[in-house]
Design a protein around this ligand. Structure first.
Ligand code: FE2
Length: 232
């Protein structure tokens, strides 16, 4: 990794969220697809539609309502968990030094001051402060974890194996390919998300914006700058 911090050791269930509904889903898949031991015939793989129907049937049998959960999740993801939340946090940090200190000390508590919440299993929000000579970048090497309620849904490239694998080892090259060509004197630190620790990047405030209102500054902050693959 070029100039980056060594990510924490990987654990098999590093990204598994305790009690999260995906574990219910996983169990259901196993139960629905389990074949009798005495049958060793090779079964054709069910289509995606068949597997979805089987999972829905398993939920129905247990009186669970995945449709409602999906609709609720979709609404949260599309309307509430948006990058503008993180942009508000950044603008506040740029204009309020005391808030900035609280944010860096305890991100989860600080974003709560702005009425923003995080899922229970996102126990820590670590805010990574960029400087003119330091660029922080976040990833999830195992899957796609982000501080979803603060910086929004992860973009497709964030979930791509190519990004997850290469940004750790070839961070400077990957950033350049994504349009951020950093000079060698700027250090790059890559942070690997875990189940209970989520990250967001605090970008450097753009020159010429001192004295701007929070609302004006909020409009400058992009999702990519919150992930660390862009500077403002
Ligand atoms: Fe993950």
């Amino acid at each position: 990794m070029s100039g980056g911090a060594v990510p924490p050791p990987l654990r098999a269930n590093r990204c598994a969220a305790p009690g999260f509904r995906s574990s219910i889903l996983a169990r259901s898949i196993v139960e629905v697809t389990r074949m009798p031991d005495q049958s060793h015939e090779r079964q054709p793989t069910a289509s995606v539609q068949q597997r979805v129907a089987a999972i829905e049937a398993a939920f129905d049998e247990r009186g669970m309502k995945p449709g409602e959960f999906i609709e609720e999740f979709k609404q949260l993801a599309e309307e509430k968990w948006i990058p503008e939340n993180g942009a508000r946090v950044v603008a506040k940090a740029w204009t309020d030094p005391a808030f900035r200190q609280r944010l860096l000390a305890n991100g989860r508590d600080a974003v709560g001051e702005l009425g923003l919440s995080m899922p229970a299993h996102h126990r820590h929000l670590v805010v990574l402060e960029n400087t003119p000579t330091l660029q922080n970048v976040i990833c999830c090497t195992l899957c796609s974890c982000t501080a979803i309620s603060i910086i929004g849904l992860p973009p497709d490239w964030y979930k791509d194996l190519e990004y997850r694998a290469r940004v750790v080892r070839q961070s400077r090259t990957v950033l350049k390919e994504m349009g951020l060509d950093l000079p060698p004197e700027i250090e790059i630190r890559v942070w690997d998300t875990t189940a209970d620790t989520r990250y967001m990047v605090l970008p450097v405030q753009p020159q010429g914006t001192l004295g701007w209102s929070e609302a004006e500054l909020t409009k400058l902050v992009t999702r990519d700058s919150l992930i660390g693959v862009a500077r403002l």
